[in-house]
Design a protein around this ligand. Structure first.
Ligand SMILES: Cc1cc2nc3c(=O)[nH]c(=O)nc-3n(C[C@H](O)[C@H](O)[C@H](O)COP(=O)(O)OP(=O)(O)OC[C@H]3O[C@@H](n4cnc5c(N)ncnc54)[C@H](O)[C@@H]3O)c2cc1C
Length: 340
């Protein structure tokens, strides 16, 4: 009871089936959407006192939810953002609950460079460092300066530098040593007024012409993405279902000798990144359905759901794809969304 007066409202038996873009059915025993740092800390203290396990959920666009989530589902709703000009640059402080795409469009409209290529990535800012979101040649790590976190066990508030976040390809410390340990409450991004377009991917350069504005780049990215990817509001999906595998040169070379047309991207450390979508397509999965789940007809990387399936069926479906790719290419695919 000590916490009851100041707590954000807690919903009991909250239905999360509309709170994840794959629309997997899920009931949370308790759920709350704290709007301030102190509410986050109070909710964590309450969960500790009641021995509730805590799950943090943003926009639900990169998770595979179970039918029941026990304990407390924390949905950070800290939605403020503000900036501090420093010369040509702006240090932008963003609350974890700010919608990522809206932030991209708002900053691009103000002539700020840095995150325009990351337009239309679903989800909230608090989740962006977890997998170091990236698209069209840009990653969050290119602009991230610091992350504010609350330690789940002690309630202590701490700042981590971008370096301490150990960002990698769809990876960070929040998937490693700090997995399940902290709630991300704020980011600091460094944006610039100086033009620095990254247009090397696809036909981005052709679409925007010479001297584009950041808004023109963001709008071009949105147009490309809308043409390529299914809208989760219309067809349930979690974006790329598998990470592009990074394999040893020893594994890549014989594969390239057999499949000269195989897309491949040499990495600085000598390894080779392969295109998961191409591997899946080669195994005949593009457009294939099994029950409630299927591989999108245009995008072999995207698994779609008709809304009637379960996580167990999804696991079976995904495992069948992984097994086929392993058998044909000797490459192990890993899912990109988090199994919560
Ligand atoms: C159509 C579509 C397209 C996509 N395109 C891309 C793309 O181009 N590039 C890309 O990188 N990703 C892409 N994604 C994946 C997804 O949008 C990103 O990973 C996004 O950052 C997830 O945000 P979210 O708020 O939905 O996180 P959620 O799915 O809610 O959570 C993801 C993970 O982060 C953790 N988490 C969330 N918030 C916090 C917090 N505040 N503190 C601590 N942990 C937290 C969760 O526990 C979970 O483990 C796409 C997804 C879809 C559906």
């Amino acid at each position: 009871m000590a916490h009851a007066l100041t707590l954000a409202a807690i919903e009991h038996r909250a239905d999360l089936s509309r709170a994840n873009t794959l629309r997997l059915p899920c009931i949370a025993e308790h759920a709350a959407a704290p709007t301030t740092l102190s509410e986050v800390r109070e909710l964590l203290a309450l969960a500790r006192a009641r021995r509730w396990p805590v799950t943090v959920l943003g926009g639900g666009s990169n998770v595979l939810l179970p039918p029941v989530l026990e304990g407390l589902v924390l949905r950070p709703a800290l939605c403020q953002w503000w900036g501090r000009c420093e010369g040509d640059t702006l240090a932008l402080h963003v609350g974890a609950g700010v919608n990522w795409h809206q932030l991209v469009m708002a900053t691009a409209a103000r002539g700020l460079w840095g995150i325009e290529n990351l337009a239309l990535i679903p989800g909230e800012c608090g989740a962006a460092p977890v997998q170091n979101i990236g698209a069209y040649g840009v990653e969050l790590g290119d602009v991230l300066e610091a992350v504010q976190v609350v330690d789940r066990a002690s309630g202590r508030v701490q700042w981590l530098s971008a370096r301490e976040c150990m960002l990698g390809y769809r990876d960070s410390i929040f998937k490693g040593a700090l997995e399940g340990q902290v709630v991300i409450t704020q980011l600091v991004l460094r944006l610039s007024r100086r033009a620095r377009p990254v247009l090397s991917y696809g036909d981005l350069a052709a679409r925007v012409g010479a001297n584009p504005t950041p808004l023109a780049v963001a709008e071009a990215v949105c147009a490309i993405r809308r043409a390529k990817l299914p809208d989760p509001a219309v067809l349930a999906n979690a974006g790329s279902f598998f990470k592009n595998p990074i394999v040893s040169a020893g594994l890549a070379q014989p594969l390239l000798a057999r499949h000269a047309q195989m897309p491949h991207f040499p990495q600085p450390d000598g390894r080779v990144k392969l295109a998961a979508g191409w591997l899946i397509d080669q195994c005949g999965w593009k457009g294939r359905r099994d029950g409630a789940f299927g591989v999108h007809a245009q995008q072999a990387l995207v698994v779609v759901h008709d809304g009637q399936g379960s996580r167990e069926e999804l696991m079976r479906f995904a495992n069948a794809i992984v097994a086929d790719v392993k058998a044909r290419f000797g490459v192990t695919l890993e899912p990109e969304p988090r199994w919560l």
